[in-house]
Design a protein around this ligand. Structure first.
Ligand code: AQP
Length: 325
């Protein structure tokens, strides 16, 4: 069975970008592949964070993955730092990765601007640790949002460089993207992001979600209700694509282009359709918060299984490198 790996950072509230860009795909893939999903806390510490909150966020993130439909019985879910072999392999990958490749990474450049006071080595090395996360399990597929494509390309490059120098040990992993691989924030400008105040949280209060949608930026050229709009330039329509049926999409496309429907009606329809999908997730989250031992047991089992695979890969890696057993 082919193996899938992906990760999510415990850096804040999980939002609908994370959900439609990645998590929803993970739930589908779980049925067909040997899937491993990680809450990547070692990635999260590359930016400033609250020490007393990190652990709680890891559990909350794992809980949301399970509430979204991942089952600890059908796949492995674990906390990255519980499998320390990831960082061991990252060190070895550091030794085959040109610094120039890392300096060119878009995410590094953006994060360096965002966190000027803390441009640490880990921030630049993030994609190397990500390559180790994936390759320690020899995963062939990595379901991610569009923002991660450049990093997956680097993982392929790292695998190629390692294999060329030490013998073929790793596959070149392929990215898998969802139907909505890039959701913009409610500002309609930048990527919906946990660390920017532009997100719609998966578990946010319904009234807050509606308020965020109601005021969200649409096609900026459509100023008045009577103006014709262009769904291709509207982030609300992109989110519709993730939550609405083909019929609704057609109706909205036509209505928007002819000014037959206004932005508020379009948003109301989206809110309705989003809630059809999100309500059961929110209910499961309430249940899981009251039964949090299930989450703890799930990530404990996940770490045990993943550590066994990771240890075996590291034995092969050490031998390939000529390190003393
Ligand atoms: N806006 C988005 N649209 C589609 N997919 C997205 N992803 C993130 N934002 C969007 C995908 O979600 C997965 C997990 O993301 P992450 O937490 O590991 O990475 P991130 O890109 O750092 O997420 P944020 O929300 O932007 O967090 P901060 O603010 O901490 O930097 C990934 O597959 C990602 O592609």
């Amino acid at each position: 069975m082919k193996r899938v790996f992906s990760g999510i950072q415990p850096t804040g509230e999980i939002h609908i970008g994370n959900y439609v860009g990645a998590i929803r795909n993970w739930v589908h893939l779980m049925e067909e592949y040997d899937c491993i999903f990680s809450v990547v806390d070692y990635h999260a510490i590359t930016i400033d964070y609250e020490i007393s909150v990190l652990g709680k966020r890891c559990i909350e993130t794992a809980m949301i993955l399970i509430a979204s439909g991942l089952s600890p019985e059908k796949c492995n879910i674990f906390i990255q730092s519980h499998v320390p072999e990831h960082t061991e392999l990252a060190w070895i990958f550091n030794c085959v990765t040109p610094v120039g490749d890392l300096e060119r990474m878009t995410q590094f450049k953006e994060k360096a601007k965002q966190h000027r006071g803390n441009i640490n080595m880990g921030l630049m090395d993030y994609p190397v640790l990500q390559a180790a996360d994936i390759l320690i399990y020899k995963a062939g597929y990595v379901p991610v949002g569009e923002d991660q494509i450049q990093h997956i390309e680097l993982s392929r490059e790292v695998a190629r460089k390692f294999n060329a120098r030490f013998g073929r040990l790793f596959p070149e992993p392929e990215a898998i993207m969802s139907i909505a691989p890039r959701i913009l924030g409610v500002d309609g400008v930048s990527k919906m992001s946990k660390s920017m105040n532009n997100y719609i949280g998966l578990l946010e209060d319904k009234n807050i979600i509606w308020e965020k949608l109601r005021t969200a930026v649409t096609d900026v050229n459509r100023v008045r209700r009577s103006d014709k709009g262009n769904p291709d330039l509207c982030n609300i329509y992109t989110i519709h694509r993730a939550f609405s049926s083909e019929d609704v999409l057609l109706e909205i496309d036509k209505g928007c282009r002819s000014a037959g429907i206004g932005c508020i009606d379009c948003k109301k329809k989206l809110f309705e359709n989003m809630m059809v999908e999100l309500d059961p997730i929110r209910e499961r989250a309430i249940y899981l918060r009251e039964n949090i031992d299930y989450v703890h047991d799930g990530i404990r089992k996940g770490a045990i299984n993943c550590r066994a695979i990771a240890k075996k890969t590291m034995e092969e890696v050490r031998e390939a490198l000529g390190l003393l057993p």
